[in-house]
Each structure stands twice: as C-alpha cells, then as structure tokens.
Design a protein around this ligand. Structure first.
Ligand code: SF4
Length: 297
C-alpha cells in the first residue's frame, strides 16, 4: 500500500533455485546492519509512515553473513520502533523459517498476520530438481505448524506448474499440499524458461497442453480455498489501517486488515493513515465491505 515504507534489509540470494536468475544478477546475500535498518524505520516513522515492509529475497536468512542479529532479532527491534503500527515482510524461504520467528510473530501484534511462503511444487522429486532445500513433508510440517500456532495468520504462496520433468504424480502432490494447507491466496505460474538458468537447458520440458490442463485444475483448487478464506471473518470486528480514498466509490476509503485483506468502508480522507475498528458486513470475493465502529484504536 501507499502508506507502507519499503525497507530493504538484504540484497542478493545464495539459493540458486534452478529456474531463477536472481543469484546470477544480484550476487551473494549481503545483509544490512541491524542498527542501519532500525534507523531507516525510525526515519520512516518520523516521516509519518505507520507501516513498514522489510524486503529481501530470503528474509529468513537475514544476518547469517554478519552474525549481528538474525531475522527474528531484527523483527523484535523493528517492532519496538515507536510510531510504527504494522510490520510486514517478504519473502520467506520455507527452508530457513525458524521456530523463533514463529514465536516473535505470535508475541507481537504489530507484526502482520500474513505470511507468503512460496511452495513452488508439492513434489519432493521436483523440489529437489528445483534445488529448493525442503521436501513435501517438511513444507507441510511447517505450514501446518504455523496454522496451529497462529490460527489467524493468512498464508499465501507461489506455485509453478509444468517444471521440466513434472509428472502427473508430481502434480498430484502439489494438489495434495494445496488441499491440506488451504492457502488464503495463491499465485500460480506456468513454468517459463529463463535463459542462463540450469532448468532452461533440460530436455524433459512439459507440453503446453498438459501444462494448461494442470494449470486449470490447480486454479480451481486454489480459488475454492480463497473464497472460503475471505468469508471467514464476515460479521466480525477487526482493525484496519486506512490507506487511500476508494477509486470507484465516492465517500469511501480503503484499508487493509493485519492479514492483508482489503476492506472498503464509508469514510473521509481524514481517516487515511489511521487504524480504525470496523465491522466486516459482507465478503465480496477478494475484499470486504464494512463500516467503522471506532476511529483511532
Ligand atoms: Fe533466490 Fe528466490 Fe530465486 Fe530461489 S527463487 S534463487 S530463493 S530469489
């Protein structure tokens, strides 16, 4: 959103997923020093930002290079900055997500109830070819642990369909993970060759017809979960951070819940930047219509 200050905490990536060009163009992971990040967050708060988004290709491996603080430590420091009401971050690599991180999120209400946890594939064999560093089972353990520990957490993901060598059985494993995790939202991608990456040179590319058929099946599955997920909070009272005037409806403003869901409410420009308490009257697919019950909570 427009009210979030975007703060890079690290650059580069060490993971070399076989379909991705990032490590070749951005180089090895370099983490910024924690005090430098905190100073930038303080400046953002002084400039009027109420939300901060910490950015990195793999925030969960933050600090492994300098050893001064890991990502959980950094979140604790950012959480303590006065004036900041919400802390978001991305992206989280499933292989490096620690129990300490789950604990920090659980214990600090400022840290948003939204975790983007890219799956890419649910097949252990394909994950190995992708060089992702986790298995179907370890991913499921992690996702279900998060569901258990922080039930209000919204879980979103990225999935690639048609990675070279993906069999029907591999694809079924992906569907199985989707059914078990029930993502609140999922971005689905058709595998596309990136020249310069190992996977682009592999022979066993999946045919376009097969990819299309799998993509449609996957989409149906994720849309079902997303629809259920949006209905989940209907009639409840939640806090939203108001971000802007509504583009389509006069006299309305738009904000987001801690879990990143969008809510439209009747209201004026003066509410922008404030956290207000709203009742979610009606779920409308990917957003809610609501009304304010208390301003400035
Ligand atoms: Fe790194 Fe993400 Fe690319 Fe993998 S997909 S190499 S983790 S940037």
């Amino acid at each position: 959103g427009t009210l979030s200050a975007w703060v890079p905490i690290m650059y580069g990536c060490n993971n070399y997923c076989t379909y991705c060009i990032v490590p070749y163009v951005r180089g090895r992971e370099r983490s910024r020093m924690p005090e430098e990040v905190v100073a930038e967050v303080r400046r953002a708060a002084a400039d009027g930002y109420r939300e901060v988004t910490l950015l990195g290709q793999n925030v969960n491996s933050y600090g492994k290079d300098h050893g001064q603080a890991d990502f959980a430590d950094l979140l604790r420091m950012v959480d303590a900055v006065e004036g900041i009401r919400r802390v978001r971050f991305m992206t989280s690599h499933p292989k490096d997500l620690s129990d300490d991180l789950i604990r920090v999120i659980k214990e600090n209400q400022k840290i948003c109830r939204h975790l983007h946890l890219p799956l890419q594939s649910g097949s252990t064999a394909i994950l190995k070819k992708m060089n992702r560093g986790y298995t179907k089972e370890s991913y499921l353990d992690l996702a279900l642990k998060i569901r258990r520990e922080i039930p209000e957490m919204s879980l979103t993901t990225d999935i690639i369909v048609g990675f070279p060598g993906e069999s029907e059985e591999d694809f079924e494993d992906t569907l199985d993970v989707v059914r078990k995790v029930k993502y609140d939202s999922a971005f689905t991608f058709i595998y596309s060759k990136r020249s310069g990456t190992p996977a682009a040179k592999w022979e066993n590319q999946v045919s376009d017809e097969v990819i299309k058929e799998r993509f449609d099946r996957l989409l149906k599955e994720v849309q079902k979960d997303a629809a259920n997920s949006t209905k989940k909070y209907e009639k409840e009272t939640v806090d939203i951070l108001v971000e802007n005037l509504n583009d389509h409806m006069d006299g309305y403003v738009t904000g987001r819940m801690s879990n990143n869901m969008v809510v439209h409410i009747p209201g004026q420009k003066s509410l922008i930047g404030k956290i207000v308490s709203v009742v979610l009257d009606e779920a409308k697919g990917f957003y809610y219509m609501g009304h304010m019950v208390e301003s400035e909570v």
